[in-house]
Design a binder for this molecule. Structure first.
Ligand SMILES: Cc1ncc(COP(=O)(O)O)c(C=O)c1O
Length: 400
C-alpha cells in the first residue's frame, strides 16, 4: 500500500474523552469492576414518548432523505421552542438541523473561519473546541477564565491578547468540563466586546436545561434585549436535555446568511440529518417536558452528593458547579508527590494512578487546559458515586 495521510489528520488531536471511555470498556471486558466517571452522556434512557415517536416515524415511512437544512415541521418546532423557552424569535430559514450539535459546531467553524484567523477558546475548554478551529485552518487563542467566578472569562486576559486577526469566540455556559454557569454581566460584557471588534460568537448551549441554582441565560436573548447587535450563532442539542445522544440531533440558529453557508457545506458532507431522529425531535421539543424536570432533579441530587464527598477527601477541593453534569475538583495538592516510587507530574498521572489502583475512570484536567483539575461526570447513580469516591479516597492515601 502506498498512501500518505493528509496534514489535517496530523494536526488534529483524537478525542481523549472517548479514549477514556474505551479504556473503561476494555477493563470491564477483562472482568474488572470498573467505575466510570468519564461518561459525557445521561445514564437515563430516552423517554418513552420520544421513542414511540421514532418508532411511528419508521412505520409511517419517514425513512428517506429530508430537506437539507432539516424537515420543515422540525424547524418550525425548533422556532417555537426557541421563542417559548429562550425568548428569541427566528424563522425556519434561520435554522439548520445537523447530525448532533458536534456537527453544528464543526460546520459553523468551517463556514466562519479560515487560514490566518484566530478564534478565542476559553480555558478550561471542551476538548473539541480547539480542534474545530484547527480543522478550519484557523488558530485557537486560549484565554483564561476565573474559577472563583463560575469560570467566567478573564476580561483582563482578553484585553492582553487583543489581536486584529481574532474573528470569533466559542463560548459554552453551562460548561463542559467545569459545570460553570455564567452570569448576565459577563455575557453582556462579552457581547459588547464582540460587537466592538466584529467577532462572531458561537454559543454552545447544549446544557441549557441543566442549570440547578440560578437561571439559564441565552446569549442571543441578551444580545437582542440590550440591542447590542453582535453576531451570535447559537448551537443546541437534543442529546443532553432528552437523553438522546445516540439519535444524533443538534441544530443551529443564527443570521440567515451564516445558516445558508453552513447548509451549503453540510449538504456536501451528509445531505441531511437522520430523518427518524428529526421526527422524534419534534416530539421531544413539543411534547411533555416532565421527563426533563425529572432528570434534572436526579442530576441535582447527584451533584450535591458528589461535591460533598469530594470535599470530604483530604486535600481535595471542589466548588459547586451550577450546571451540566460535571464536577471539576482541584487535585493540585497531589502534584509532584510520589506513589510507588513514581512522581505524579500532572493530572494524567493522577488519573492513571486512580485508574490502576481503584479501577475508577476519571478525566484529567490537563486535557481540557486545566492543570490540577480532574473531571468527574455524575451522570451515574448515587450508589456508584459513593462507591467510586470511597475507592478514590483510599487510592489517594498512599500518595506521599
Ligand atoms: C460542550 C459540548 N458541546 C457539544 C456536545 C455535542 O453534543 P451532540 O453532538 O451529542 O449534540 C457535547 C457533547 O458531549 C458537549 O459536551
Amino acid at each position: 500500500m502506498n498512501y500518505k495521510l493528509s496534514d489535517r489528520v496530523h494536526k488534529v488531536k483524537p478525542s481523549f474523552t472517548l479514549q477514556m471511555a474505551t479504556i473503561a470498556a476494555e477493563m470491564r471486558a477483562e472482568g474488572l469492576d470498573v467505575i466510570n466517571f468519564s461518561v459525557g452522556e445521561p445514564d437515563f434512557n430516552t423517554p418513552e414518548h420520544i421513542i414511540s415517536a421514532g418508532k411511528l416515524a419508521m412505520d409511517q415511512g419517514y425513512t428517506k432523505y429530508t430537506a437539507g437544512p432539516g424537515m420543515i415541521e422540525f424547524r418550525q418546532a425548533i422556532c417555537e421552542k426557541l421563542k417559548r423557552e429562550n425568548g428569541i424569535t427566528y424563522d425556519k430559514e434561520d435554522i439548520l438541523v445537523s447530525n448532533g450539535e458536534k456537527q453544528s459546531l464543526y460546520t459553523a467553524c468551517q463556514a466562519l473561519f479560515g487560514a490566518g484567523d484566530k478564534v478565542i477558546v476559553l480555558s478550561p475548554y471542551w476538548v473539541s473546541f480547539p480542534e474545530f478551529v484547527r480543522l478550519a485552518d484557523a488558530e485557537p487563542l486560549l484565554v483564561d477564565t476565573i474559577p472563583e467566578h463560575n469560570f467566567e472569562p478573564d476580561f483582563d486576559d482578553i484585553q492582553a491578547k487583543m489581536d486584529p486577526n481574532i474573528k470569533g469566540i466559542i463560548i459554552n455556559s453551562p460548561s463542559n468540563p467545569t459545570g460553570g454557569v455564567w452570569g448576565e454581566e459577563a455575557i453582556l460584557k462579552l457581547l459588547r466586546i464582540a460587537k466592538e471588534n466584529d467577532w462572531t460568537i458561537i454559543s454552545d448551549e447544549c446544557y441549557e436545561r441543566l442549570v440547578y441554582d440560578g437561571k439559564f441565560i441565552s446569549t442571543e436573548n441578551l444580545n437582542r434585549n440590550y440591542n447590542i447587535n453582535a453576531t451570535v450563532v447559537t448551537c443546541l442539542s437534543l442529546s443532553k436535555t432528552y437523553a438522546m445522544t445516540g439519535w444524533r440531533i443538534g441544530y443551529t440558529a443564527g443570521p440567515r446568511e451564516i445558516i445558508k453557508a453552513m447548509s451549503k457545506l453540510q449538504g456536501q458532507a451528509t445531505s441531511c440529518a437522520n430523518s427518524i431522529g428529526q421526527k422524534a425531535g419534534i416530539e421531544a421539543l413539543s411534547g411533555d417536558q416532565t421527563c426533563v424536570e425529572e432528570m434534572k432533579t436526579a442530576f441535582k441530587k447527584r451533584r450535591d452528593l458528589i461535591v460533598q464527598l469530594l470535599n470530604d477527601i483530604p486535600n481535595v477541593t471542589c466548588q459547586t458547579p451550577g450546571g451540566a453534569f460535571y464536577a471539576f475538583p482541584d487535585f493540585s495538592y497531589f502534584l509532584n508527590k510520589a506513589v510507588n516510587g513514581k512522581i505524579l507530574k500532572d493530572t494524567f498521572d493522577i488519573s492513571e494512578h486512580i485508574l490502576h489502583t481503584a479501577s475508577v475512570v476519571t478525566v484529567p484536567g490537563d486535557g481540557f487546559g486545566a492543570p490540577g483539575h480532574i473531571r468527574f461526570s455524575y451522570a451515574t447513580n448515587t450508589s456508584i458515586i459513593k462507591k467510586g469516591i470511597e475507592r478514590i479516597r483510599s487510592a489517594l492515601e498512599n500518595i506521599t
